[in-house]
Design a protein around this ligand. Sequence first.
Ligand code: SAH
Ligand code: TMP
Ligand code: ZN
Length: 408
Amino acid sequence: MKKCLICNSEIEKFIDFGQQPIANGFLLEEQFEKEYFFQMEVGFCPKCKMVQLLEQPDREQMFHENYAFFSSTSNYMKKHFKEFADSIIELQSLQKNSFVVEVGCNDGIMIQNFMQQGIGHLGVEPSKNVAQVAKDKGINVTTEFFDATLAENTIPKYGKADAIISANVMCHIPYMHSIFEGIEKLLKDDGVFVFEDPYAGDIIQKASFDQIYDEHTFLFSVLSVSYLANMHNLEVIDVQHQITHGGSMRYTLAHRGKKKISSNVAKQIQIEKDLGLDSLQAYQEFTNKVLIVKNDLMKLLNQLKKDGKKVVAYGATSKSTTVTNYFGITPEHISFICDTTPTKHNKFSPGAHIPVVPYENFRESDPDYVLLFAWNHAKEIMEKEEEYMRSNGVKWIMYVPNVATINY
Ligand code: SAH
Ligand code: TMP
Ligand code: ZN
């Protein structure tokens, strides 16, 4: 039996995705033989309500100088993070002499907004290639992993923080107690820690199982984040649902007793209890839904293969690694995955080894069907492709929350 990373209770396993590779580990043919795999199982802790991976690759295997995810590939996300930054500037009345820390700033997509206004800042980003893009924008970045030690070492140099912010990073980190210890120390008395991550409520409701991959150690809920915060003398003072990444939650935390708690917190906890996020059954029902999607999608892809249809995929997302490897999707089903990220080009997808090609190949290849792996960017992508798809009779294939084809 595995023990919970948060409260050390026994975890109840509810889904096994089998052998999975590094989700962002796009690779060359000569690297196939040495590709790393691990058993990806997910469990629920009945005590602290945290949903978590039972095993995870070492962090250096996922976050390094060749990290393949560059945040600024989405224009929508640029806008989203500008609004996030503005809301923090307003909430904490930030001035030039204030100090903001972003954990996992990637290419600077969010923290650039503080830099541009001359606000004191520090980005913490261990993946050197993406951090370099941020540095080139003039952002102050340290290329280390955030933890309790880094937080302690930051204080003598910069002082304590008015705000610590983070997006799509906290859920990646198994050593959560070290992170929260660091936050508790680094945050000023009246400081806030604001972070957002894909939300367990959306994942369970929409059966968006592909949010589960090596990097995502945790699927947070208000219930589980409140439990964790409480262990470190912090408390959740506000929560706001976001539409990004198929449904995320933004949590605002402060030192216990220092700020007013919004009624949103109790409301969201009630919603979670109504959804059953506090007991195993909801997660078992999720597993059943995922098995239906698996069956339906493979039936469709096998039929299209038999009919000689050309099927390609759009967006070499980390999420797609779970889909292809768990479902058994091969280059026989999908000729290629197109993506706008140069570092992914002319490589193969992790595990399934489907070729990844530049976006320009997409229309040229004249497909019949397009499997939308980047479904979390559906609005942005569908608007961009609508005219082409319509005039050529090309159809989208979706698989969240269930399998469907879309004709314009
Ligand atoms: N905030 C960005 C990037 C998310 S990707 C966005 O929302 O688009 C996750 C990032 O977290 C990666 O760039 C990875 O290098 C970084 N990361 C992983 N562990 C970290 C840690 N302990 N401290 C700081 N950053 C970390
Ligand atoms: P994400 O789902 O982790 O945000 O990754 C999205 C991937 O999709 C990333 O590799 C970039 C790619 N992408 C495109 O190829 N075209 C697009 O229009 C968008 C928005 C993303
Ligand atoms: Zn627990």
